[in-house]
Design a protein around this ligand. Structure first.
Ligand SMILES: [Zn+2]
Length: 574
């Protein structure tokens, strides 16, 4: 179904809505949906037993500043914007499959599914449901397929940051996270997973990405049923806070059918992969360019898991972690595990140390399974100045075995000595920080000099750009690159370094090509070779044959060389 209005990006529309000349009714429309929804959210319940986080009422100037840089570039330097779109970006290492789908696509998928839309509780927003078993919609809900153009616009506003007005930072944060529950009826429908994957791969291909690692949960109902059984067997909280008891919990889960759930997930994954290949016509002469993007999954654990009384549900976290680690250790398509969701909620803050103990335990049990965790998606505005979580979430995550940290924005708010200590730990752990400017601006109100990107570079901490939730953000990965290139005055060498880092720290199996990315030094086996060339020494050939990651990096270098030949003229000397 074709939409009446389909803007290029949400950022463009956002700017229009925020400009002084915007008509009053348009500005009001931009504010629509601002009220936070607590539906399907543990935040409210958690407040009952643990102290509630602060409300961040300061203005969000970051979004305006960020969007203006991108908009100005697209308008005044379209050739540069296009060159940055085509730039080989390597890997997109941090994105959530459901959050990466634009609301337009959810309308199409939901419309075809017979899904419905209706009011989201008391909020001035819409939510989706899957319809009733008799094919109806339920009270107050109507079929998406029958929505008018104006209603579709309002649904899009409810499912994403499209035209959001950012009255303050808190409301941007709340609206962003509320969208996930609103499109869940469509995104959780397993029939839609392959079309969603195909959509994200198409977008990745358009943005010059060659490898994607996307976060997804598998067999959620079965895993959560196992968690309930575990809680019944071990009701006392102490069982989940003492490593010595963890082997017994694990044994119980295995006896209760954990391996069967892993096997079911592997079947499910094979189906997604096959269906995605079919959708993209990968085995035919009409194969879409998206077939050239390799991809893998990260299984997820939810950090906001809470019990009925609002206290942390460590049994659920333990079960999700056990399942995810076992799945990743046995399924090649699941290259790692991640911990996600709102980090500043009371339950996430209260449970952090216990969650890290659980991850640390599984890291020891499954040393080969890669861990990439969200950490430091926090600012003093949300958790209070001087809150130890600003630092401890970074160090705790690394100590639990993370090889990549998502966001790590709280670094900007640490004292210099603390920054030094954290940067040291990241370098010693040979970990990477995943930088996501768009969602940081929208959720945290942080961008420009307030963002720690340049500080990380000054400390020699490896970084790479990622998209996070381009559907919810109503933006794309190219926006991140345009912003960084313009705002931080990046050089050609720095663009290259960022692209190389993303593959260097990807979870593609095998040893990496670079001994030192920043210095452009390859591993010894390829020391005398020119990465990306058609021929190579015997030793380097043997090394590449044994490493899928190094092979992907070699191919990336070839792509990069070709790119500079065609597009180098758009990048002046800096
Ligand atoms: Zn994320």
């Amino acid at each position: 179904m074709k939409l009446a209005i389909k803007p290029a990006t949400g950022l463009a529309v956002l700017l229009a809505a925020l400009s002084l000349g915007a008509p009053a009714d348009f500005a009001a429309a931009a504010l629509f949906g601002a009220a936070p929804s607590l539906a399907a959210d543990t935040h409210a319940a958690a407040s009952a037993t643990v102290s509630a986080p602060k409300i961040c009422a300061q203005p969000n100037d970051a979004v305006r500043e960020y969007a203006a840089v991108i908009e100005r570039t697209r308008k005044e330097q379209p050739e540069l914007a296009e060159a940055l779109r085509v730039f080989p970006k390597g890997a997109d290492l941090h994105n959530h499959l459901s959050g990466s789908i634009p609301p337009e696509k959810y309308l199409t998928l939901g419309g075809a599914d017979g899904a419905c839309y209706g009011p989201d509780g008391g909020a001035d927003s819409y939510t989706l449901n899957g319809g009733t078993s008799s094919g109806g919609c339920g009270a107050g809900f109507s079929p998406i397929s029958g929505a008018s153009a104006a209603e579709r616009e309002r649904i899009m506003e409810s499912l994403s940051m499209y035209r959001f007005g950012y009255p303050d930072t808190q409301q941007g944060h709340d609206h962003f996270f509320a969208t996930f529950a609103r499109f869940r009826a469509v995104s959780d429908n397993a029939c839609n997973t392959a079309p969603m994957l195909a959509e994200v791969l198409r977008q990745s291909s358009q943005d010059g990405v060659s490898h994607l690692e996307t976060m997804l949960s598998f067999q959620s109902s079965a895993v959560n049923a196992l968690a309930r059984q575990l809680r019944q067997k071990f009701p006392e909280e102490a069982a989940y806070r003492d490593e010595r008891r963890f082997p017994a919990l694990r044994d119980f889960l295995v006896d209760a059918g954990l391996n069967d759930t892993v096997a079911a997930a592997r079947t499910e994954i094979a189906q997604y992969v096959n269906k995605t290949r079919t959708l993209l016509k990968c085995d035919s002469p009409d194969a879409e360019p998206a077939c050239g993007v390799s991809y893998a999954f990260l299984a997820t654990v939810n950090r906001t898991s809470a019990q009925g009384d609002g206290s942390p549900d460590l049994a659920k976290v333990f079960t999700q972690a056990a399942f995810s680690m076992l799945l990743s250790s046995s399924e090649g398509r699941v290259v790692g595990v991640n911990l996600l969701s709102k980090e500043d909620t009371a339950v996430s803050l209260a449970a952090f140390q216990d969650q890290m103990r659980i991850f640390g335990y599984f890291h020891e049990a499954f040393p080969k399974v890669n861990i990439a965790l969200h950490a430091g998606e926090l600012t003093p505005c949300f958790v209070g100045a001087g809150n130890p979580a600003l630092k401890e979430h970074l160090t705790g995550t690394l100590k639990a075995g993370a090889k990549r940290i998502g966001h790590a924005v709280s670094f900007a708010f640490l004292k210099q000595a603390e920054q030094s200590e954290v940067a040291d730990l990241i370098r010693r752990s040979d970990a990477l920080v995943e930088i996501m400017f768009t969602s940081n601006a929208q959720i945290l109100g942080i961008t420009g000099i307030k963002h720690p990107f340049q500080q990380y570079r000054a400390y020699g901490v490896p970084v790479a750009f990622a998209s996070d939730d381009e559907g919810v953000s109503h933006a794309n990965l190219t926006d991140e690159w345009i912003y960084a290139y313009q705002n931080y005055r990046l050089t050609r060498d720095e663009l290259q370094y960022l692209g190389r880092n993303s593959l260097q720290y990807s979870f593609i199996p095998g040893a990496p090509l670079w001994a030192d990315v920043a210095k452009g030094k390859t591993v010894n086996a390829c020391a005398g070779d020119s990465p990306g060339s058609a021929t190579m020494s015997k030793g380097c050939g043997r090394f590449l044959k044994e490493s899928a990651r190094a092979t992907a990096q070699w191919e990336y270098e070839a792509r990069l060389k070709e790119y500079w030949r065609g597009y180098g003229k758009y990048f002046g000397k800096r």
